[in-house]
Design a protein around this ligand. Structure first.
Ligand code: IMP
Ligand code: MG
Length: 177
C-alpha cells in the first residue's frame, strides 16, 4: 500500500530569507562590477530569483540544464548536459547557483565544462551543503546552510518532481531507497 510521506521543517522560509540577504551582501562586496548568475535547472531557480534580488550590483542571469539519470533519491553518478547557456561566458565573472551539493558529481562535471570556456572567474553558491555525502571534491564559495545527511524537499528541491513549491526546506520522512 502507498503511504504519503510526511514532511518536517528543517530550514524555515524566514531563515532562508535572512541567509540569502547575507549572501547577497557578501556577493556585493566580492563582485563590485557585477556578476553573471548561472542557475542549474530546475531546483536552483527559486534560490536564483531570491539571490539576484539580494544583490545590488549589476546582475545577469542564465540557466543550464544537467541531468543525473534517475528520478529517485540517489543519482547514478552519470551526468549529461540537457540545456546549454544562452550567454557566452568568456571573460565573465560567473557564479554557479545550485540548490544543494550532495556527492559533488554534478558540480564537478559542470565546472569542467565551464572552465574550458575561459570565464574570468568561476565560483559556486549553493543554498545547501551535505558535506558528509561528498565523493568528488568541490570548492563552494558561498554556502547557505550545511545540513545533515537527510533527503530534503521544498524551496525548489523535489522528490520525483513534487514538493518544489514548499516555502520551507523540509525533510521527507521515509527511508532512502
Ligand atoms: P550531486 O551531484 O550528488 O552533488 O547532486 C546534486 C543534485 O542532486 C542536486 O542538484 C539535487 O538536484 C539532487 N539532490 C541531492 N540531494 C538532494 C536532496 O536532499 N533533495 C533533493 N534533491 C537532492
Ligand atoms: Mg539539482
Amino acid at each position: 500500500m502507498l503511504t504519503e510521506p510526511t514532511t518536517r521543517v528543517l530550514v524555515s522560509a524566514e531563515r532562508i530569507g535572512t541567509r540569502i540577504r547575507e549572501l547577497g551582501a557578501a556577493i556585493d562586496r566580492d563582485y563590485p562590477d557585477g556578476v553573471l548568475l548561472v542557475a542549474i535547472l530546475k531546483g536552483a531557480c527559486f534560490f536564483l530569483v531570491d539571490l539576484a534580488r539580494a544583490i545590488s550590483r549589476p546582475v545577469r542571469i542564465d540557466f543550464i540544464g544537467i541531468s543525473s539519470y534517475g528520478k529517485g533519491k540517489t543519482s547514478s553518478g552519470e551526468v549529461k548536459l540537457t540545456k546549454d547557456l544562452d550567454i557566452a561566458i568568456d571573460g565573465a565573472d560567473v557564479l554557479i547557483v545550485e540548490d544543494i551539493v550532495d556527492t559533488g558529481i554534478t558540480l564537478n562535471y559542470l565546472l569542467g565544462i565551464l572552465e574550458q570556456r575561459q570565464p574570468r572567474s568561476l565560483r559556486i553558491a549553493a543554498l545547501l551543503d551535505k558535506p558528509q555525502r561528498r565523493v568528488r571534491p568541490v570548492d563552494v564559495a558561498y554556502v547557505g546552510f550545511q545540513i545533515p545527511d537527510e533527503f530534503v524537499v521544498g524551496y525548489g528541491l523535489d522528490y520525483a518532481e513534487q514538493y518544489r513549491n514548499l516555502a520551507d526546506i523540509c525533510v521527507l520522512e521515509d527511508a532512502r531507497p
